[in-house]
Design a protein around this ligand. Structure first.
Ligand SMILES: NC(=O)c1ccc[n+]([C@@H]2O[C@H](COP(=O)([O-])OP(=O)(O)OC[C@H]3O[C@@H](n4cnc5c(N)ncnc54)[C@H](OP(=O)(O)O)[C@@H]3O)[C@@H](O)[C@H]2O)c1
Length: 300
């Protein structure tokens, strides 16, 4: 079966999703239910090729979504001390799934990461010059990012894979500890660096649309522009908690409380914006999808 035979409007969609218990995978299932799209979660483990083949045989999907991966608990520092577990899922597992999908003529929408770049002399902070899709990753400071960059490079060879470079994902659910806003609001101290970020409420429906359009290749999957930690916390104070206060610290001070360095960067989202012209800038998307719905009603 050729790739072009799958999905599209001609055939009824059926999605096979990996990551049932995860944050992004959970949100994706809810969205499919809301949109009336048939879906099932994969039962297999990514490192077990036979289990993926049997999922595909029983579900008969039109598209496969991979929101499975190890991200580390409480954070990516976990990957520094669990390298084989990280390789097993994020490298062996992701490649297995891409390969099984290829052999079954299926597009794989893969939620990957944009945390494989860091500002450099050609992409300086505040310059507005972001990394583009063909750029070679330049951040391998953490084991998590290193393996994600290696896999992204290998996946370039798979014509059936749509790689979505997610960054610092944010959702309207401010009670979720995975949410970037919730994370930084709870930290004792935060750095203050502009970054590209992904508003899931706006972008996950776009990933479904990308499947419908059978799009493949690498995509910077962030809202256009950047926002800094302090700008987000100022919005949080304005919309959610007027008494909110926070403390900043420097990257050097941050380095003392984490194991592996973190990536800070701007990704150029113009390819995504061209495909989806309605895509909002990061600041407008934050207001529309996150802060306005969470705005505390002030008593008259
Ligand atoms: N959250 C972020 O900050 C962020 C940022 C950029 C990119 N991403 C990427 O987006 C993807 C999803 O992230 P998330 O935040 O939704 O992660 P998450 O909440 O940690 O969920 C990960 C999911 O992957 C599943 N999983 C782990 N190992 C597996 C394996 N070997 N086989 C099958 N399923 C497996 C987990 O299931 P079990 O519980 O059953 O193991 C869980 O459902 C990841 O690849 C992540 O790297 C996340």
């Amino acid at each position: 079966m050729g790739l072009e035979a799958n999905g599209g409007d001609k055939k009824q969609l059926k999605f096979l999703i990996y990551g049932r218990t995860g944050w992004i995978g959970g949100l994706l299932g809810k969205l499919c239910a809301e949109q009336g799209i048939q879906y099932e979660y994969g039962k297999g483990r990514l490192e077990n090729r036979t289990s993926l083949e049997s999922d595909i045989a029983s579900v008969k999907p039109t598209h496969v979504f991979n929101a499975a991966g190890v991200t580390g608990r409480p954070n990516v520092d976990w990957c520094e001390s669990h390298k084989l577990e990280t390789i097993r899922t994020n490298v062996v597992g992701t490649l297995n799934l891409a390969d099984v999908c290829l052999q079954n003529g299926l597009i794989l929408i893969n939620y990957a990461t944009g945390c494989i770049f860091e500002y450099d002399s050609s992409h300086t902070i505040g310059s507005g010059i972001g990394f583009k899709e063909p750029d070679t990753p330049n951040f391998i400071g953490s084991f998590y990012s290193k393996t994600k960059a290696m896999v992204e490079d290998l996946l370039r060879n798979y014509e059936n894979v749509c790689t979505l470079r997610v960054r610092m994902p944010i959702s309207s659910d401010l009670s979720n500890p995975r949410n970037f806003i919730t994370k930084i609001a709870r930290y004792d101290k935060v750095v203050n660096i502009p970054n590209s970020m992904t508003i899931l409420d706006e972008l996950l429906p776009i990933s479904i649309e990308m499947a419908k359009r059978n799009l493949t290749g690498i995509w910077n999957f962030t809202n256009p522009g950047v926002v800094s930690h302090n700008e987000i916390l100022e919005m949080y104070r304005e919309y959610v908690d007027p008494s909110f206060i926070w403390k900043n610290f420097t990257l050097e001070e941050q380095a003392k409380v984490i194991v592996a360095p973190r990536s800070n960067n701007e990704l150029d989202a113009s390819k995504l914006k061209e495909e989806f012209p309605q895509l909002l800038s990061i600041k407008d998307s934050l207001v529309k999808y996150v802060f306005e719905p969470n705005q505390k009603k002030v008593e008259a």
